[in-house]
Design a protein around this ligand. Structure first.
Ligand code: WT7
Length: 574
């Protein structure tokens, strides 16, 4: 009997910004949220203005906007300084004749310069494309080529991965580094910034004008450029209030890199639109450094990912006891399924319920969430934010009743919904094929009380450590290796990373399977694409299962891996 009752963790927060989820669902109206912004009266929009300048001009110029630290550097930047620095970078770009609507990429590790450059790009109305620093040449080329970017901001260390000669649209390479390391053909970031004015005439935008491009993977084809517009700020601001529960005195830390959508929507826009101090920790994950970041900055609201929580969990309970984490007030997670076990552990060692949130690169902002004032059912992603509607659809687009598994879908539109896939209207339309619904590609069910439960991906997209990897991209890189004839790539369940990338490979004539060859192939992907896209496991096969049209059947590879029946093989080659 008790086993069918869901586990419930009672709501604890009495002073949350969202007092009653049920009431908000009944009364909520997006047009009320818009009144928080200056454009409510002027009609002129700029995300960077609303996030930074608006606060600087309203008496918060000396408030800390950014607490930055890494192993060698510690710095605090006020809203006033961030306004000045981003203005300067806007002027640097204008001097280079970069204009409204142009694409400017930012390819560098997290530092205060990255944030000034990103905001400055937005201030002149250009569309910013943040790139994760682990990307190798091919990944960089694909994105700059597809978007026809005119400029890139990078560092001397990453510069060799920017294939300048192959990119005819790329006019400027801005290098953030010591002048001695900046070549004559490049723009010296620090030198130009020193000369640039702190005054900038902001480019006032339409709400529907382009803001940011995040490339993300699907199960087929090259990565897709998901384009968001300035209007998204409505959702960033509102979810910052009711999901992150941000209040004026909070010290907020989102652990994601701006190369991924979490690192921009919730690592830049949501906290700053709410005028809240934002913590950025540079460098790689290390449990001691992470706890130290919470202690040093007295972090109150912490947004991270299941993989990180699982790694912290495996670092042990004793480590937690060495740090005073009592500043924490609200903890959240996103990116992959949050295991009930991790929630129970979080309650034990942090004395906090970890609040799961669900959304995607394409949705631009949080959609299905757990709120401080709502009971948590561990294993559930929560309920749709007020002002949005989620449902489970069958494959014909009919809404299914509770407890039936199907396609997780969101009623369109919502403020932060993507507005196009760059250069690919057909791909964009595919998401909206079911009358008035956005189809997520996730499968889920809704219980009788309206909680949503994630079940898996409908397609072959891999989620490893919260990072989305398209099998096709990895396969394409694998077959460039001289020894590889054919390759099929799947996600293999993994206790720490959620999934790991596993490649099944058939070799060309003349090559023999060996551990050295496996290591060499993995390294080839790591150096050619990105470290997180490299297969952690490789298995050699004489032949791979293919359809008669020659498509590798990943479904069969997955069944082999899991020891499951292979299902319908009627389309297999022989
Ligand atoms: C996919 C989107 C935007 C957040 C970072 C990932 C999976 C995301 C959850 C969750 C289970 C989740 C889904 C989704 N996912 N959040 N709370 N529980 N799965 O963004 O790279 O666009 O990936 O991540 O499969 O479709 P993304």
């Amino acid at each position: 009997m008790s086993s069918v009752q869901p586990e419930v963790l009672q709501a604890t927060a009495v002073d949350a910004n969202l007092k009653s989820y049920e009431e908000a669902r009944r009364t909520f109206d997006w047009s009320e949220v818009e009144k928080a912004f200056s454009w409510h009266t002027t009609g002129k929009v700029n995300m960077a203005y609303e996030a930074i300048d608006r606060h600087a001009e309203a008496g918060l110029a000396d408030k800390i906007a950014l607490y930055y630290s890494d192993a060698n550097r510690r710095e605090a930047v006020t809203f006033g300084q961030m306004k000045a620095n981003s203005n300067k970078f806007g002027n640097v770009l204008r001097k280079l004749k970069v204009a409204k609507g142009d694409r400017v990429f930012i390819f560098m590790p997290r530092t205060p310069e990255l944030y000034a450059a990103l905001l400055g790009t937005i201030k002149i109305g250009a569309i910013v494309g943040p790139l994760f620093e682990a990307f190798m040449e091919q990944a960089v080329r694909d994105r700059l080529e597809d978007s026809e970017a005119v400029a890139i901001v990078t560092t001397p260390a990453l510069l060799p991965r920017v294939p300048v000669r192959d990119l005819p649209h790329l006019r400027h390479v801005v290098v953030v580094g010591d002048s001695a390391e900046v070549g004559a053909e490049h723009v010296d970031f620090y030198k130009e910034m020193e000369q640039a004015s702190e005054e900038l005439a902001i480019e006032w935008m339409d709400r529907e004008d382009g803001l940011i491009l995040h490339y993300t993977s699907g199960s087929t084809g090259k990565p897709k450029g998901v384009c968001h517009v300035h209007n998204a700020m409505i959702q960033h601001y509102y979810t910052g209030k009711i999901v992150l529960d941000l209040k004026q005195d909070d010290i907020y830390w989102c652990t994601a890199d701006p190369g991924w959508v979490t690192g921009t929507s919730y690592g830049i826009f949501a906290p700053w639109l709410n005028g809240v101090a934002n913590v950025v920790r540079g460098g790689r994950f290390k449990p001691e450094d992470w706890y130290g970041t919470i202690v040093d900055n007295k972090v109150t609201v912490w947004y991270s990912a299941p993989t990180s929580f699982r790694m912290l969990m495996s670092a042990g309970d004793d480590l937690v006891k060495q740090f005073d984490l009592s500043s924490l007030r609200h903890v959240l997670s996103v990116g992959e399924p949050l295991n009930p076990e991790v929630i129970r552990w979080g309650l034990k060692v942090y004395n906090h319920r970890i609040h799961d949130t669900w959304w995607m690169t394409e949705t631009g902002g949080q959609l299905i969430c757990n709120y401080p004032s709502m009971d948590i059912r561990p294993g559930s992603m929560g309920k749709p934010i007020p002002g949005t509607e989620a449902a489970i659809l069958d494959d014909s687009g009919n809404v299914l009743p509770p407890n039936r598994m199907g396609n997780l879908a969101i009623k369109t539109p919502w403020p932060s919904m993507m507005r196009k896939i760059w250069n690919n209207p057909a791909k964009y339309e595919e998401y909206f094929r079911m009358n008035g619904w956005y189809v997520s590609g996730d499968s889920a069910y809704m219980d009788a009380d309206g909680y949503f439960w994630f079940q898996g991906r409908v397609d072959d997209v891999i989620n490893t450590s919260g990072e989305r990897v398209g099998p096709f991209e990895v396969e394409s890189k694998l077959v460039e290796h001289p020894a590889v004839a054919e390759a099929g790539v799947i996600g293999k369940p993994d206790p720490l990373r959620g999934e790991i990338i596993k490649a099944f490979i058939s070799l060309r004539a003349g090559f023999e399977p060996s551990d050295e060859l496996k290591a060499d192939i993995a390294k080839f992907v790591k150096l050619g694409l990105a470290a997180h896209a490299a297969p952690r496991e490789i298995e050699f096969k004489d032949k791979l299962p293919k359809t008669r049209s020659g498509k590798i059947m990943r479904r069969v590879l997955k069944a082999w891996e899991l020891g499951l029946p292979t299902g319908d093989l009627s389309t297999i080659e022989d």
